[in-house]
Design a binder for this molecule. Structure first.
Ligand code: N01
Length: 570
């Protein structure tokens, strides 16, 4: 712990410069980056170790579907030179051991408090500091608070009647136990065929006596085509890693599979040319397929050519015609995140695997030993929920975060109000509070490690600016947030992302609207953030300490929170 972390405030509370919530990819880098600025940092992490998403999602077959040479930090040349990846796409244990290596190499653990959940973060207007409380009784004050709580960190188990009386074992892919789980000799049911389900179904099928897959929406899948990474191909990248990173930063999603993106429409090509293009991408594996034609996610007719190619693939792989028809997606290609894995469709040719379509006949209930779904009763010894996560801001909703006005952050997103943030990182009424990969940033549409590093760098520079100018608080203006949300909307308008429910459109926010949450367009987003900083933080109010104190005194006199006063602009 840095010495300044042991400071005590006038109220007898411990005081640090920055509290970071979460020790995943974002929290680890934020710790490193802010310490470099000479700031004292305290990190609270609910798990027993670092890694965040990669700590919890240890289900069989869990694997990163962005290439390892890209899904890694770029802040340290030494780190990226010394680390050796074993496969094109790293499996969860390898990503986790990489993150542990980072934590050790940069001595990050000394500032992390494990097994600890942050319950509340409240702005104390008198001091202009955040007061943070945890489930283990910690109380700490900090000038800045960084929510590195993750976009896929709040696992969702559907509310199914009778689950509590089901006698069998119950697992969720994102809460997988550390101990080995054996499915040998068991009747296993799995609910969910998104990215996680598609990765673990082929592995569980190999062990189970019988595997029943309950599918509500068939999603698009392409093979990932993983292979061992040899020293030579890594060396080719490492010889000029910086140039490799810079090139990827210019790609539409911030990763190399966005290249080559064919300019023009699939409809400009003959059916034979389309097929040749799709076949090449099917053979490449991974996200390359998404970049086959520029208009795939804009033009329904163009989109249908990709969908048709993939359905023909399904029919050519899956023996049983009824099963292959069930596996053919009925939604627009790409409107849900493209899933990838190994031998997914082939798995349905196994005699011990059956597919149950629950789109029209949903799950009704668990009995003590079965699941009633798809119009049938399925005997099960255990059930795996591959049902994903609540929306991108759910982890924030669960913390009692109150800003200057005393209103809860989660209340901003109740009813018909969509989760919005200026630049995807900051929120009016919540000064000095930053979110990494929030709605309005590229987040889950991009290479997360790269966009996390960009967000954290931007936040660190903003904090450095505030401190170097002797200011105390930085806060987004409501109109800046509104304009940014409109821009996020505009970028997604007219795309086929709105054509289905997905994590992108916030279908789980319970407000029924389809607001596209991520900022579409990786390099453009980075340029916009840089412009805001270069313009002296346009869209923000900045206040010095005396102005914060003055405002607080006037609020106390009025008995109500005052307007943001005309404060010192840097
Ligand atoms: O979750 P999902 P996931 N009854 O939301 C179904 C990241 N990730 O864990 O489509 C029946 O995609 C649901 O059905 P439907 C990645 O960002 C990354 O698979 O809503 N079914 C769907 O089939 C990804 O986007 C990697 O109709 C129900 C499934 O459960 C995110 O995690 C690897 C249901 C949920 O799919 C989430 O992926 C893995 C119900 N009540 C994950 N409720 C990488 O490699 C839900 N479903 C980087």
């Amino acid at each position: 712990m840095h010495d300044s972390a042991k400071l005590e405030s006038a109220k007898g509370m411990e005081q640090v410069d920055v509290v970071i919530v979460g020790a995943g990819i974002a929290g680890l880098y934020a710790t490193y980056r802010l310490r470099k600025l000479g700031l004292s940092v305290r990190v609270y992490e609910a798990g027993s170790g670092v890694g965040g998403t990669w700590f919890w999602n240890r289900y069989p077959g869990a694997r990163c579907d962005i290439e390892s040479m890209e899904y890694s930090y770029q802040f340290s040349e030494e780190l990226q030179q010394e680390w050796v990846w074993s496969e094109r796409y790293a499996a969860q244990p390898e990503v986790l051991s990489y993150l542990n290596h980072v934590a050790d190499r940069f001595d990050l653990r000394s500032d992390i408090v494990f097994y600890t959940k942050v319950l509340s973060a409240k702005m104390d207007n008198a001091s202009g500091l955040w007061v943070i409380k945890t489930n283990r009784g910690n109380r700490i004050e900090a000038q800045f608070c960084i929510m590195a709580t993750g976009a896929v960190s709040s696992p969702r188990i559907p509310d199914i009647t009778g689950l509590d009386r089901f006698d069998g074992e119950v697992f969720h892919t994102a809460k997988w136990p550390k101990k080995e789980v054996s499915f040998t000799g068991k009747n296993v049911g799995i609910i969910g065929t998104g990215t996680s389900g598609i990765q673990c179904i082929p592995i569980i099928a190999k062990d189970a006596e019988h595997l029943t897959v309950f599918q509500r929406t068939a999603n698009y899948y392409v093979p990932i085509r993983n292979y061992p990474l040899d020293a030579e191909s890594q060396a080719k990248i490492k010889i000029d890693y910086r140039a490799f990173r810079q090139r990827n930063q210019q790609m539409p999603y911030g990763y190399s599979a966005g290249d080559p993106m064919n300019k023009g429409s699939a409809l400009d090509r003959t059916p034979e040319e389309q097929d040749a293009e799709y076949e090449w991408r099917w053979q490449q594996g991974g996200f390359y397929f998404l970049a086959a034609f520029e208009d795939l996610l804009r033009n329904p007719k163009s989109n249908a050519t990709a969908a048709d190619f993939l359905c023909r693939k399904i029919r050519s792989i899956v023996d049983d015609p009824e099963t292959s028809e069930m596996l053919c997606p009925k939604i627009a290609f790409g409107c849900k995140r493209l899933s990838m894995g190994t031998d997914y469709y082939e798995t349905f040719n196994r005699p011990n695997v059956s597919l149950v379509d629950i789109s029209d006949n949903p799950i009704t209930e668990f009995t003590t030993n079965s699941l009633r779904a798809g119009g049938g009763n399925h005997q099960l010894d255990c059930v795996v929920f591959a049902t994903g996560f609540f929306d991108m801001v759910d982890a924030l909703r669960r913390i009692d975060i109150r800003g200057r006005s005393g209103k809860r952050l989660s209340d901003r997103w109740e009813g018909n109000r969509n989760p919005t943030m200026y630049l995807g990182m900051v929120i009016p009424d919540f000064p000095n509070l930053f979110v990494v990969s929030g709605p309005g940033s590229p987040s889950i549409t991009s290479n997360m490690v790269q966009s996390i590093e960009q967000n954290v760098d931007w936040i660190a520079e903003c904090i450095d600016y505030v401190r170097s100018k002797n200011l105390h608080q930085v806060e987004a203006k409501p109109e800046a947030e509104k304009q940014w949300a409109d821009q996020v909307d505009r970028l997604a308008a007219g795309t086929l992302y709105h054509a289905c429910n997905s994590r992108y459109v916030g279908d789980s926010t319970n407000n029924g609207s389809r607001y596209f949450m991520p900022y579409l367009g990786y390099p453009d987003y980075v340029n916009r953030c840089n412009e805001v900083a270069a313009n002296g933080y346009s869209g923000f109010n900045m206040s010095c300490r005396s102005a914060v104190e003055l405002r607080s005194r006037s609020e106390r006199t009025d008995g109500k929170p005052g307007q943001q006063q005309k404060l010192q602009r840097a």
